[in-house]
Design a protein around this ligand. Structure first.
Ligand SMILES: [Zn+2]
Ligand SMILES: [Zn+2]
Length: 117
């Protein structure tokens, strides 16, 4: 009678098998503030931290097609015009610098007249 081993496949490491889909708070957007506009690929709403209009791309990426980028920019621009009541756009600045989350595209429309102390 031959010896029989129950072959136990070793579980590599302790990393649980999880999906590689990136998730961040911008993906989930659980906290809905004032939503100004929702488009197919992006949403413009108040940032809950900065309380200024913010455009968030709906996918966890930094690479968006250029035409969409243009659309999103102009939508955020228009929203900011209303928000700051600045029809010439001189009161605010569209900040494309990523803040909290570096790999999920989101733009802020910040007030320009920030006094540096
Ligand atoms: Zn913010
Ligand atoms: Zn994300």
């Amino acid at each position: 009678m031959g010896e029989r081993h129950t072959c136990t496949v070793e579980v590599a490491g302790s990393i649980p098998v999880s999906s590689t889909i990136m998730k961040c708070e911008l993906c989930e957007l659980k906290i809905k503030t004032t939503v100004y506009l929702e488009w197919e690929h992006f949403i413009i709403l108040d940032c809950k931290d900065c309380l200024v209009p913010m455009a968030v791309w709906k996918e966890h990426t930094m690479n968006i097609p250029e035409p969409d980028e243009t659309v999103m920019y102009s939508m955020l621009y228009e929203t900011a015009c209303m928000f700051y009541e600045s029809w010439d756009g001189k009161e605010f600045i569209i900040q494309k610098t990523q803040r909290k989350i570096p790999d999920h595209l989101h733009w802020h429309a910040h007030k320009k007249s920030e006094k540096k102390a």
